[in-house]
Design a protein around this ligand. Sequence first.
Ligand code: ADP
Ligand code: MG
Length: 244
Amino acid sequence: MTDELLRVESVDKSYGDERVLTDVSFEMDRGDVTVLIGPSGSGKSTMLRCVNRLTEIDDGAIYLDGDCVTDADTNVNDLRRQVGMVFQDFNLFSHLTALENVSLGPRRVLGKEKAEATQLAREQLEQVGLGKQLDSYPAELSGGQQQRVGIARALAMDPKLMLFDEPTSALDPELIGDVLEVMRDLVDQGMTMLVVTHEMGFAREAADELVFLDGGKVAERGPPEQLFENPQHDRTAQFLRRLT
Ligand code: ADP
Ligand code: MG
């Protein structure tokens, strides 16, 4: 019995004639933070989307907690219940308050009573620093606050794994820090997180491993110290030089 939570094994993925992922492999133990980095178009979002079956792989396999998630007969709703996803553009329901956005999943998907789901949502929102904005609608919140609602919404489902796809890329610079702070709290709590970000400060301090995707291939992976201080490939060095 290992503590492995996610195993991505030789994944290939094309859109039509365009090969987007080639032989991508990496593993995460429970509690690990892995940061996927790479140029625009290198397949980072596609890789995340394969993990919760928002898109289908062509070859290889992905395992979550020992179960193959890429089998045709996998229950996709069951899978998505275990994997929280946070998107760049928040994806909140505009006609629902923060509290309603967060309690919806526990009510509809987990079948919790209204009072219990509401209490759970309140606690999640307090945890991301939004205890005073429970009844606000998305349009009344800043981008950073909306993203924190998005994180609370994913956490309310008590996921085994959290996926983050450039969670701060749509935010004004002064709002990025609050979202990163919430993510650091999650790291401290031992959440297993697979994160796509260009925030190299976060990657450096929070990641157990960086995976550098280039042209849909894993060009290099290793602890942040290795990639930042002693990259094994020129492409890694070039990419990081441009960002830091
Ligand atoms: P990244 O997140 O690293 O910027 P993506 O995974 O979004 O990269 O995209 C990788 C490549 O796949 C890009 O060339 C993109 O145009 C293409 N792509 C992504 N999603 C689709 C899709 N749904 N249909 C067709 N091509 C897509
Ligand atoms: Mg992307």
